[in-house]
Ligand binder design. Structure first.
Ligand SMILES: Nc1ncnc2c1ncn2[C@@H]1O[C@H](COP(=O)(O)OP(=O)(O)OP(=O)(O)O)[C@@H](O)[C@H]1O
Ligand SMILES: [Mg+2]
Length: 252
């Protein structure tokens, strides 16, 4: 029997009052996939991720994680999440925060934490209050907390935000190792270069709707574009607008 996809989102609708943020969105993430969720500001990426986690209610549609109905407490054991504005406790130190997460997720073996702390070079900050860490180091704390319990599905909202060049490289390698070990990843990003390099598939959403989906190569061939950035601008109908804005700038 074929096992269920790590993530299946079907006809998801998220509304904020009159505003439709996610509009009948359907997509799935398969085992071993790194799926990039792309789209302009306000497209509905974070709302989709929040709905999967149950942080905003889904008004319509279904979400399944490892074949089980989501959001639910049970599926949270399969998920590691990094949110857009990570809610981490400023008055705790990273070490205290990791101990808290390890206890909630029942992680007993400290070797995983040690390996992640070494990988992101965070050891010297383990006992510094999170509030006084730099933006990038706070992001590393959120990433480590998400990966600590070896979740099957990583759900990451702009996870590369604020990370330096070396950390981005390490993180990309960790994501590759995660999927090689049978895990899956979905992440939103505005960095086309990262998406192009590591995503097995991307979905471009605009105004809450899926406007293009496939491997980067498929999408490039479909719209005869040289890069994912060009595909993105075509799919979101921003290409002409960008051209006229640049023309206006060069004429000014
Ligand atoms: N709590 C909220 N209340 C009302 N409207 C909201 C709320 N959160 C998001 N929205 C609206 O829903 C739409 C989708 O927002 P969302 O944050 O999901 O976009 P996004 O794709 O993550 O954008 P970005 O790239 O800027 O992070 C936007 O129009 C936004 O203004
Ligand atoms: Mg967002």
């Amino acid at each position: 029997m074929q096992s269920a996809d790590p993530l299946q989102v079907t006809s998801l609708v998220v509304r904020y009052g009159e505003k439709v943020a996610v509009d009948h969105l359907t997509f799935s993430v398969k085992t071993g996939e790194i799926y990039g969720l792309l789209g302009p500001n306000g497209a509905g990426k974070s709302s989709t991720i929040k709905a999967i986690l149950g942080l905003v209610p889904a008004d319509e549609g279904t979400i399944r994680v490892m074949g089980k109905e989501a959001p639910s407490k049970e599926v949270m054991n399969y998920i590691g999440a990094v949110l857009e504005s990570p809610a981490i406790f400023d008055v705790l130190t990273p070490l205290e925060f990791f101990e808290f997460v390890a206890s909630v997720r029942r992680v007993k073996d400290p070797s995983r934490l040690n390996a992640l702390v070494e990988a992101f070079e965070l050891r010297q900050y383990l006992k510094t209050p999170i509030a006084s860490l730099s933006m990038g180091n706070k992001q590393k704390v959120a990433v480590i907390a998400a990966m600590l319990h070896r979740p099957k599905l990583l759900l990451l909202d702009e996870p590369f935000n604020g990370l330096d060049v070396k950390s981005v490289r390490i993180f990309k390698e960790l994501l590759k190792m995660h999927v090689e070990g049978g895990g899956s990843v979905i992440f939103s990003t505005h960095i086309m270069d990262v998406a192009e390099k590591i995503c097995t598939r991307v979905g471009i959403i605009n105004e809450g709707k899926m406007v293009a989906e496939g491997t980067v190569e498929e999408l490039r061939n479909q719209v005869k574009a040289a890069s994912l950035e060009d595909v993105f601008l075509k799919a979101t109908e921003e290409e002409e607008e960008v051209k006229s804005l640049i023309n206006a700038l060069s004429g000014s």
